[in-house]
Write a protein that binds this ligand. Structure first.
Ligand code: SAM
Length: 333
């Protein structure tokens, strides 16, 4: 029998840390409606979203409070009319790292401006390479636009582009090798995500495919070395390609592992709430401080929010029942 290869090292030392990274969910609107992310109909959107000036205050406060790394997400961040300016300001702000997560539908138009504004790293979500499956999974999305967007981003020359694929049994689990080869052919890093039981995702628990299983399915393409994380880059771990050490595949095992103890990530929503944990449906409001330019007020709230973070010993993060009340579109995936 083949040895089972652990995807995530069980013995990694995970000390409790201060907050160092943030996800800014700059809009709760999205032009796709992925089955496991958004409910069918009846959705409400935030009305009082932070404007560019308020985001500026938030960013200054976050940096002052010790945040070093920023990821912009949503909803779909490329729908935000001030995205390019926001990227430019964060890039110039002194943050050590700036990255963005997108569904790619508007990358064809925006990739050059984003690169020009200082964005260096990009994650594009892509669950399938089959147009019909894509339309079904996203409730009407067009795969060709996303593929054109990825090609455009490759031409523009970001430092790094990763593809994020949520693997669902009976939906796209037969595509993991195809997606890996697609990514490698373009110099991208494919990453396979376990479906987290967060929000709508909880309704699809029976379709979970573990990172372990995906790794086994890709065994022919990968080395048997232990999976390794990247310093200060969250819970993803990577395994190198068997035939080319520059090729890698990433795994994010958010359903079968909890990463709470080592987590240093805050989230800020588009209406100005700080969530100290992905699994917490409510956050601490910094809307008033942000809108009045009160940088110190933001710093104080960051500290308070981090104190409210659940303890990393017993808290199971997205496997907690309360995580089912979270909207990933709002809190930011
Ligand atoms: N619209 C952007 C996008 O599609 O990348 C950013 C927001 S989206 C919520 C961010 C990521 O979260 C996507 O890769 C999506 O597949 C992932 N996601 C949403 N719900 C999830 C769940 N329940 N489990 C795992 N990943 C999920």
């Amino acid at each position: 029998m083949a040895t089972r290869l652990a995807v995530y090292p069980e013995t990694s030392s995970q000390a409790r840390r201060p907050p160092r990274s943030v996800r800014l969910s700059i809009t709760d609107r999205c032009d796709l409606a992925c089955l496991y992310c958004r409910a069918q109909g009846g959705e409400r959107h935030v009305q009082d979203r932070l404007d560019l000036a308020a985001w500026r205050t938030v960013i200054q406060g976050l940096l002052k409070a010790g945040i070093r790394r920023v990821r912009i997400t949503g909803g779909e961040p490329l729908l935000h009319r001030d995205l390019v300016r926001l990227v430019g300001e964060i890039a110039a702000s002194g943050a050590e790292d700036l990255a963005l997560t997108t569904n790619g539908t508007r990358l064809c138009d925006l990739a050059p401006a984003l690169r020009e504004a200082g964005l260096r790293r990009l994650n594009v979500s892509l669950d399938t390479l089959d147009p019909q499956r894509f339309a079904a999974l996203t409730r009407g999305g067009r795969l060709d636009r996303v593929l054109q967007g990825i090609d455009r981003a490759v031409t523009v020359g970001f430092d790094e582009i990763k593809l994020n694929t949520v693997v669902l049994r009976g939906t796209n689990d037969d595509e993991v090798e195809r997606i890996t080869r697609f990514a490698w052919d373009r110099g991208l890093v494919p990453r396979f995500l376990e479906l987290m039981p967060v929000g709508e995702g909880a309704k699809f628990r029976d379709r979970l495919v573990s990172g372990q299983e995906v790794r086994e399915r890709l065994a022919q393409l990968l080395t048997t070395e232990p999976a390794r994380g990247e310093e200060n880059r969250g819970p993803a771990v990577y395994v190198r390609g068997r035939h080319d050490p520059k090729q890698r595949v990433g795994f994010i095992t958010g359903a079968t592992h909890a990463f709470c103890k080592a987590c240093d990530r805050l989230r800020v929503t588009c209406d100005g709430a700080i969530h100290p944990c992905l699994a917490m449906p409510t956050g601490l409001s910094i809307g008033k401080a942000a809108r009045s330019g009160d940088v110190i007020g933001v710093v104080t709230s960051v500290r308070k929010a981090w104190e409210q973070r659940p303890d990393g010993e017993t808290w199971r993060g997205c496997s907690e029942d309360i995580a089912q009340q979270v909207s990933l579109r709002h809190v930011g995936g």
